[in-house]
Write a protein that binds this ligand. Sequence first.
Ligand code: NDP
Ligand code: MG
Length: 393
Amino acid sequence: MSLQRLCVLGATGSIGASTLDVVARHPERYRIFALSGHRRLNELADLCRRFQPVYAAVPDQASADCLAGLLRGAEMLPEILVGEGGLEAIAAHPQVDTVMAAIVGAAGLKPTLAAVKAGKRVLLANKEALVMSGALFIEAVQASGATLLPIDSEHNAIFQCLADPATPGLARKGVRRILLTASGGPFRETPAEQLVEVTPDQACAHPKWSMGRKISVDSATLMNKGLELIEACWLFEATPEQVEVVIHPQSVIHSLVDYVDGSVLAQLGNPDMRTPIAHALAWPERIDSGVTALDLFEIGRLEFERPDEARFPCLRLAREAAQAGGCMPATLNAANEVAVEAFLAGQLGFTEIPQLIESVLKGVEPGPAADLDAVFAADNTARQLAREWLARR
Ligand code: NDP
Ligand code: MG
């Protein structure tokens, strides 16, 4: 077995921490070659001391100076790279085998694409990158021969349930539809009128998963499931109509695949991201992830409900953006990023998040995502419209 050299983009985040936890269990298999962080430089310095990467990437020179200061006296000093160029350089570095793409939001698109274009084994947590650039991303995977493995627990489950991932198209695999499970988030049972008063801390207190704040808010609005619907369409060549969202509060079934012969395959496990991370790191082998064995007797029952799109309009907005295609998913994603940021900053109510996004979607002409420039132009326009909406209200 050869040693895999890893680059972890977004090492200071929640997925970064889970990745490094799994990696630390298998020093004979994995070596940390490069790490990136953004604002949490103390955490990045701790990780550099512990994992001794050859490179560390930070946003700018001031952060590089700060990190260098924090690492003074360390046994091994990484070379510190800055900016988007630094992220792209570590993602595409010739000595890197595997890239964990775990930056949150649109900021992850260029470095993740750099890893794809360099033909790496890419472990994709940064769903926003794929949602934004869809066809361009998948074309780049095919052109470079990169290996794309989903980290999102639902997509990792679907990947595991698809008998033959190499056969193109759902129909040729004999798949009728994909059942994408959702916990329902912290407000699954909250009446519509109480959603108006929801605070950022309440939204971030997810009942089943401990995650970064942006994805926690997305889970609470169900936009996360909407982004995942779009993600599933690209990863598995599905149409939006072939993906059905199922609320499953226990979060034990991570998704299911329904075959034409009536077989339905599911992947189960305790809700812990180390399972999909370990799966993708070792695929097609299996390694210990540190996750405790599933105890079905303790769980007792598994429940399922239809999502309530009246209380959670983000799911509908995402489906409509998926159906419109082109740059619409990039517009949706950018509007959502601005809305979530404003909500977390206390400048926007919870129920205003879908209102802002819908207004932005209505304000743009759907154009083709011909190239990355078109995608970023759509992203820019959406952010501008979203900020204008915020200023007007
Ligand atoms: P976190 O907020 O915990 O971590 C985000 C990471 O990205 C941090 O390392 C952060 O650095 C870095 N980062 C933030 N902004 C920028 C930027 N502008 N440029 C470069 N780096 C930046 O998020 P999560 O780990 O929860 O999520 C990461 C991705 O994985 C998201 O796309 C999310 O949707 C996806 N995902 C997460 C799951 C989870 O369970 N957490 C499950 C499924 C998918 P710093 O902290 O130093 O500022
Ligand atoms: Mg998920």
